[in-house]
Design a protein around this ligand. Sequence first.
Ligand SMILES: [Zn+2]
Length: 373
Amino acid sequence: MKQDFYEILGISKGADAAAIKKAYRKKALEYHPDKNPGDKEAEEKFKVAAEAYEVLSDPGKKAKYDQYGHQAFDGSGGFGGGGQGGMNMDDIFSQFGDIFGSAFGGGGGFGGGGGGQRRTKGSNLRIKVKLTLEEIANGVEKKVKVKRKIQAPGVSYKTCGTCHGQGQVMRVTNTILGRMQSASTCPTCGGSGQILDKKPSEADAQGMILEDETVSIKIPAGVVDGMQLKVSNKGNDAPGNSVPGDLIVAIEELEHEFLKREAENLHYDLYIGFAEAVLGVSKDIEAINGKVRIKLEEGIQSGKILRLKGKGIPSINGYGSGDLLVHVNVWTPKTLNKEQKQFFEKNLEDDNFIPHPEKSDKSFFEKVKDMFS
Ligand SMILES: [Zn+2]
């Protein structure tokens, strides 16, 4: 079980942006690799804190996390690149400019002692996956074809002469405050510290080719239209010493023929005949995993809502399932033959045909109120 992001940063759920930032700054300084050389546990804590901050500092991601927890980003396990956070060290340091100002971060200044081979990250790829309600209810594994940029077989890179592999160049400018030194991304290698050495003829100017790859994506049950899942390292690769970007999978929900979804609940409109309502009847309902037979007692009222517990969509957090709500609609005959007409006319004033709503026959508004409480 993954630790709660708020717990990791040692803050409460109500913490505002400033408090989140402050808490992260404290943790990052405490577990920074430069302060804890060779300490794997500190490094892990450092990564985990960065991951927590990455989510909680982004209002959109924070809202998703508050609603769906870790599953909103990681799926049920296949995602996020293994047990630890989906972020690599480059991601973390690139987030530092915002937290510590230009003193830190700035681009590659980190990793100090080790001689810091910087690894560039390739760009993310985005795809949309259309899912039926059945697939959403049960979870599904989808195989998708993506065209990824990868380094061509046989390509080789050498250390960039401009920056000597640092990925950045220092510029000295004279200002009224004196000489200022600033770092900027190396214009020759684009920050990777390496440039193309040899490449096969079919590769582009950076030694890259496009390759078709089939990626298998495990989609957990209960995903929501518009939700984005991340498959780590299945995006484009970059030239030189690099790690691939991620594959971002956007979920699109296809409309169901009979069922309407509302969060984890499903709604089904059932039409029964007037005579069936009077006499009682059994009906088959198109539920999400096949038909379900329900029995309607005699004298059922139009507008009644029957709740089939647990026949809705599973919660993405794994906390049970929603319900299937069957809305009963009594169909009034539009035309009658002579005999039928006489029957109803004869009974028009009969007490059985005159409405006598009881407390149990709640009004429409009371039922709606019940459904949301
Ligand atoms: Zn360079």
